[in-house]
Design a protein around this ligand. Sequence first.
Ligand code: HAM
Length: 428
Amino acid sequence: MPSFRAPRGTRDLLPAERPAWERLAAIASDLARRYGYASIETPIFEQTAVFERGVGEATDIVEKELFRIQPRSEEAESWALRPEGTAGIVRAYVQHGLHTLPQPVRVQYLGPMFRYDRPQAGRYRQFWQWDVEAIGDPGPAIDAEIVELGHRFYVEAGLPNVKVLLNSIGDGACRPAYVTELTAYFASHRERLPELERSRLATNPLRLLDSKDPEMAALIAAAPRIVDRLCDACRTHFDAVRAHLDALGVPVRLEPSLVRGLDYYTRTAFEFYREGAEGQQQALGGGGRYDGLVQLLGGKPTPGIGFALGLDRVVLALAEERIAAPAPAHPAVFVTGADPADTVSRLRFATDLRHGGICARADLGQRRLSRQLEQAAREGAHFAVILGDELREGLVQLRDLRAASQHPVPLADLAREIERGEQSHRHG
Ligand code: HAM
């Protein structure tokens, strides 16, 4: 047993797993380029108040799952690791006066988030999100742009059967009356509420709708629905969002009990699920409109909308659907030599090839040639270069390890031959 292990709820992503992640990062960054979302980075920790105020003090994320950083005695500030990205991005928008840029400000980034939750399959304490935000446009067309972009990510990743669950959760005009009605409804069934839901009733009654407790299913199904109680402005907005999504052909299912677990949402709320995988830890992503958040964090009233996709869950889903992950990169060429002690020549040769743009490795141990060639095969190299006496005449042996053939090549032609071999391998 090793003495040290990665902290509970975190994982090491080893070299064999990374290509699947890098592929997703490349898809995200290519989509961001095509859709016009610029990249942004914010710190991994923020003042705790950014999350308390932004995400909401009565949410699970802040109340139970925040990784708080023990302040050093001389520092008054209290910090926490970010449980999500939206609050930090909006804090940056306000701090740097990004309202002076053309609106909306479209930004995105991919990075780790931290939630101190009980770890299980698909739920980690450190996990990765691709977070996309459009700040400064009240919608409804931008809502559809955002939802379609999230959906498109799954399609390009190889998960065409991902559905959007969509709802409107109203705004400051219609939600308060609805929350009062909902509270009265659940209070009248208090004796049927599980312990946790009973305590939530006082602090965050909307969250009861989101409960995955089987005891709650019937109560939730019969609960008053916000979509039936939207004010005219919210109703018009929601209808227009749906019309735009229809026009884009995004598969949407209306889900009246979808409320989301963060307090900042207004109006449009959505989650992404794979067909037939709609359990508690199975949301592949989610997002919504947050028209009050900029103001809550000290800015002028500014609308916003965004989503975050959970990449850990996407990687799991791709494995379940048996979508092959790309193989780790193999070197084009592995430099070997007849003289085991001559590591200088091998390293210099590999370095020259690398400077010329070729993916090269060299055997830097002092093994005999047959062992070096075994190593070249084990590392999956396409070619082995063998340095020997012919080097004096400006020749090396080039062995094609895939075709099992070998011939002498003048040094001047080597890079070209390797590149040609690599290209014909790639194309066919
Ligand atoms: P969220 O629904 O809390 O939203 O998280 C988005 C996604 O992150 C989830 O659907 C899930 O795939 C993934 N996720 C969340 N927690 C975990 C975990 N413990 N382990 C693995 N994956 C997890 C937000 O975070 C909002 N900031 C989204 C947003 C952006 N809204 C507006 N803009």
